[in-house]
Design a protein around this ligand. Sequence first.
Ligand SMILES: [Zn+2]
Length: 481
Amino acid sequence: MNLEAIARTRGVDLGAWPPRYDPAWRPAPGAEHWLPEVECAPPAARDGLILAKLRAQVRWAWDKSPFYRRKWGEAGVSPDTLESLDALARFPVVQKAELRAAQAAHPPYGDYLCVAPEEVARIHGTSGTTGRPTVFGVGRADWERIGEAHARILWGAGLRPGDRVMICSFFSLYMGSWGALVGAERLGATAFPFGAGVAGQTLMAVQWARELRPTAFYSTPSYALHLAETARREGVDPRALGIRTLVFSGEPGAGIPATRRLIEETFGGLCVDMGSMAEMSPWMTNGECRHRTGMHLWQDLVYTQVCDPATWTPVPDGAEGTPVYTHLERTSQPMIRLVSGDLARWTAAPCACGRTYPRLPQGLYGRIDDMFIVRGENIYPSAIEDTLRAIEGFGGEFRVIISRREAMDDLLIRAEHAGSHAEPALRARLEETMRERLRARLGVRPVVELVPEGTLPRSEFKARRVTDDRDLYRQTLGRRG
Ligand SMILES: [Zn+2]
């Protein structure tokens, strides 16, 4: 039997594009995989399926979107260019700024909306904190396929119909919460969309979790740690909540080894890392399985290539680059080669789960634009987080302040010490340990300043921990000059 015929026995019609899914079909609860014939297929066999989907997706965008027709026309490519998967690298990449410009010129959805506006079932978007917000118009059929994809990936993380999934992230423009919700519903779990961001809500979350005993939990990693601190203040051990699986997206923490360890020790459950970009929903298509060996790239849902940011061609196995994403079954606002700007390494090395998808063993560990340079060394905030969280006596939160004094960069790490390390001699030793381990990891000797645990504000959502004052210094110099 070929792949298509087998998929039909599992409620998937791959002969059509976009594929049709039977919304009532579900694997037996004991099954390890949702669609094993595709997930565990020899990559070359699966590539045939991916190429067929890719051709149909690109043809759809070419026929329906002035944005893509213009862009591809200028680059001299068309759907006929796709003789193989490798030929995708000849297509120009899409940058987020182009999407914003297209929406400014053709409001509200931009000229890459490939369905009639009446077919848009949901509007989401970015918060626009760094410029014009981007509007996501998600078609009705796309929304169902997003649920289908998320259910399959959450199944891989170990979620089952018997689970009670508490979702503690914003229910607003943000896609993540809604995607987790539709995925949990599709796989047959009990969804508990609790939300976040309202004053006093974290304390309420602890009280509700104690009553409702969720077995699975979704939020950002920083929020989970904030919730644990709140629970302990109330005399509740987070382990006593009984959460078996914690699924994260929105920030890189769950892929940072020391943060993952801390979350698993704190809650006594598995910490699973997921997520790509809101534009790419289903955005969980970078998603770990329950073995947690780094996020799998679920290539038959969204085709991902880790690319060299100078040439936009895929980097070799094991090398570092930035993920470039391509939808394979999205009709409303398809993204063909969207640049993420995240940093990752990829590998084709096998995973114990049997899936043959490539993996990102260190997750998304930074952003091209998050990286800062101090005295010639490239530094990622995630490396600082990983180092601090592995040190006994660290109080849980930190800030990074980069400044320039007399043409010399200064790296200041303001870190909390735990209550157990308040005594002056212990503090001095802790400060020295932090300074030395950070120097070994970063190649730069930082100034470490300790403050008591609980001093630094906790984030309800994505933590912003770096302040670079060197721009201020340059501007001041400019004015003086
Ligand atoms: Zn795996």
